[in-house]
Design a protein around this ligand. Structure first.
Ligand SMILES: [Zn+2]
Length: 257
């Protein structure tokens, strides 16, 4: 096993025996790898800051073809501070990390997904709208789950303007004139479909240009939940956590008034 350097993002860490940890890292050069970190709980372990949740670093390690990989050292450690300190932001970030973990097999080289995930964490950490970034990630990562839809134009006639609805039957959006072709279309709020069409192709850098009201965020959430239920079918604890979190946020805001 050769010793290699690769950038990586901590996906999660869990305790193993008394002093050790199993740490899953999404590496840029060798996909997701599970590492065994001996003595991870020792205070003077120099690896400690590099295996904290919400951290990117360059990891020096030996990748194993199967089983556990070994972590030797780390440098250029970049903690996402706000994600580490803010429980709400941490909720969104954990969900994105879990989605990336679920979307591809371990050890699969996927630098695009790596970059996409890293940018999402970076922008949430910078204080951009975590809900919108999460939605953009959810729409675009669908492809990694083997799900591809026609978002650009009506799946029947190619129309790009006007109101749209989503149709599972036609694997994409339908313009209003063609809604009658699928009685079981989503009957979604056209505003939600408008934003999903936009999110499907937007870069995070451009999110400052879009304004989404709380009501519209809710209808977007509803459609995304339906899509994930029908086409992905995974139920992540971190997703339920976000859903619950929204009701606490309202309580916190009410108390602050
Ligand atoms: Zn049409």
């Amino acid at each position: 096993m050769a010793i290699v350097e690769s950038k990586g993002l901590i996906l999660f860490a869990k305790n193993h025996k008394e002093k050790d940890k199993l740490v899953k890292i999404f590496t840029e050069s060798a996909g997701k790898q599970m590492f065994y970190v001996r003595g991870a709980h020792r205070k003077n372990n120099p690896l400690q800051p590099a295996i904290m949740p919400f951290t990117e670093a360059t990891y020096i390690s030996q990748f194993s073809e199967q089983g556990l990989s070994f972590l030797h050292a780390a440098k250029h450690i970049h903690p996402f501070r706000h994600l580490q300190e803010d429980i709400f932001l941490a909720g969104y970030a954990t969900y994105l990390l879990n989605l990336a973990d679920a979307a591809i097999e371990d050890r699969v080289y996927d630098p695009h997904l790596y970059q996409f995930l890293k940018e999402a964490l970076h922008f949430i950490d910078e204080g951009k709208d975590a809900e919108i970034i999460t939605n953009i990630f959810e729409v675009q990562v669908l492809q990694r789950f083997g799900v591809q839809f026609e978002w650009q134009h009506c799946a029947i006639c190619g129309e790009t303007h006007g109101k749209f609805d989503f149709s599972s039957k036609y694997s994409g959006v339908l313009c209003e004139r063609h809604w009658s072709l699928d009685e079981r279309r989503y009957h979604a709020d056209p505003k939600a479909i408008h934003f999903l069409r936009l999110f499907h192709q937007i870069d995070y850098q451009k999110i400052d240009t879009i304004q989404v009201s709380t009501e519209t965020k809710q209808v977007i959430r509803t459609v995304l939940d339906e899509l994930y239920e029908e086409f992905v079918g995974i139920h992540l604890k971190s997703k339920s956590f976000i859903d619950q979190m929204k009701s606490w946020q309202q309580i916190v805001k009410r108390d602050e008034q």
